[in-house]
Ligand binder design. Structure first.
Ligand SMILES: O=C(O)[C@@H](CO)OP(=O)(O)O
Length: 236
């Protein structure tokens, strides 16, 4: 038996501005910071003690993890960071206003780009202001120029299998402070959610999802710690 907490970062500046974010390193809003702290308070109240904590290489997830751990009295636990826990890369939509994009391309097309399982947005053009290939965080890595949820899962899963799953199998309690779509990919993997049903999983910002796992890492129980902000979970 082991415990896993999935924590989506608190509200970011571009969540607030309704812009496609992906890999752009925007910070938390004041509301996002408050959500991260509240997440930590709830973890403390639930008596969760972490052995290990993971995050992406993006500030909004790192700060959420750090603030939640500090609030939970575990500020001494350092985050292990890896780009494979990053948000899904939003390709050519990166930086655009979601409502303006829907007005231009239609709601249906934008829904396909946002929530279809395996249809990625158009790729990011090379030389775009959002080109991440020169970013030192991705040096030496073959990084994508767009991602669907499926290809996001394709890069999350090797990291999960090699790094995170062995710790859980050893009985450790693990925090993953990450993003809407990298965490959705992990939920799909753990709960074996069919491709056409994962669209229904919408993880709230800053609300810790506590999952009990058996020896095969099959979920035996799952609940959001902030019940008032909970969203539907896949069946066990
Ligand atoms: O903009 C993004 O990167 C993501 C997460 O905030 O948005 P979406 O809800 O479309 O997955």
């Amino acid at each position: 038996m082991s415990k896993l907490v999935l924590l989506r970062h608190g509200q970011s500046q571009w969540n607030l501005e309704n812009r496609f974010t992906g890999w752009v390193d925007v910070d938390l809003t004041a509301e996002g910071e408050a959500q991260a702290k509240r997440g930590g308070e709830l973890l403390k109240a639930a008596g969760v003690h972490f052995d290990r904590a993971y995050s992406s290489v993006l500030t909004r997830a790192n700060r959420t993890g750090e603030m939640a751990l500090a609030e939970a009295g575990q500020g001494d636990l350092a985050l292990t960071k890896d780009w494979r826990l990053n948000e899904r890369h939003y390709g050519g939509l990166t930086g655009l206003d979601k409502a303006e994009t829907a007005a231009k391309h239609g709601d249906e097309q934008v829904k396909i780009w946002r929530r279809s399982y395996d249809i990625p947005p158009p790729p990011l053009e090379s030389g775009s202001e959002w080109d991440f290939s020169k970013d030192a965080r991705y040096a030496g890595q073959a990084i994508p120029d767009t991602e669907s949820l499926k290809t996001t899962l394709d890069r999350v899963q090797p990291y999960w299998d090699a790094e995170i799953a062995p710790k859980l199998k050893a009985g450790e309690t693990v925090l993953i402070a990450a993003h809407g779509n990298s965490l959705r990919a992990i939920v799909k993997l753990l709960f074996n959610v069919p491709d056409d049903q994962i669209v229904e999983v919408e993880i709230p910002t800053g609300n810790p999802l506590l999952i009990d796992l058996d020896a095969d890492l099959k979920p035996t129980a799952a609940r959001y710690l902030d019940i008032a902000r909970a969203t539907p979970l896949p069946s066990l």
